[in-house]
Write a protein that binds this ligand. Sequence first.
Ligand code: ZN
Length: 190
Amino acid sequence: MKKIFPYKHVIIVVAHADDEALFAGGLMLKYPKVDFTVLVVTQPDKVRIREAKKIQKKYDKLYLTIAMPDIFDKHLDKEILKKRLKQVDKLNPDLIITHNSFGEYGHWHHVDIHNTMTELYKEKAFGKADMWLFGHNTDSDITITGSDLLWRLKKDMISMYKSQLGFVRRFPTRGESYKQFGVRGNEIKR
Ligand SMILES: [Zn+2]
């Protein structure tokens, strides 16, 4: 039988706690046996930490942060970001998923992380891990298919960020896609 999703340990590198649910919730829910770690780059406020902890517990995903200051209209410090994101390799992922070059909807922090993660990837900082980018608002070559139930569950997951409801409701909850950025280990079979 062809292995559709060959990865065992996936690291999702996002700027904010909620990006992972918005742009990769479907994937996490579709493959519950895969080990997903969510690395949140900016330091979440107390409310968001509580919300992420509830998600961690309910869905058995590990949430970590490298605690960069979350200042909306300021770029992330490139040097510090690069130094800290290099540590992703120590988590031993076979797939890394992160923001796309547009930052999904243009958020500076998303773009900063995209630039640094792809730069590190090109410098072979992550061993044999493959890399995907979120497909939201960009061309994509991987589509996650699922039943109505899957997308309903994704909506539930997103809704756990109660403090963000006004914002997260603007995003589609049906369907999810990715752009393959780099293949070093497993090639996805479609
Ligand atoms: Zn974000």
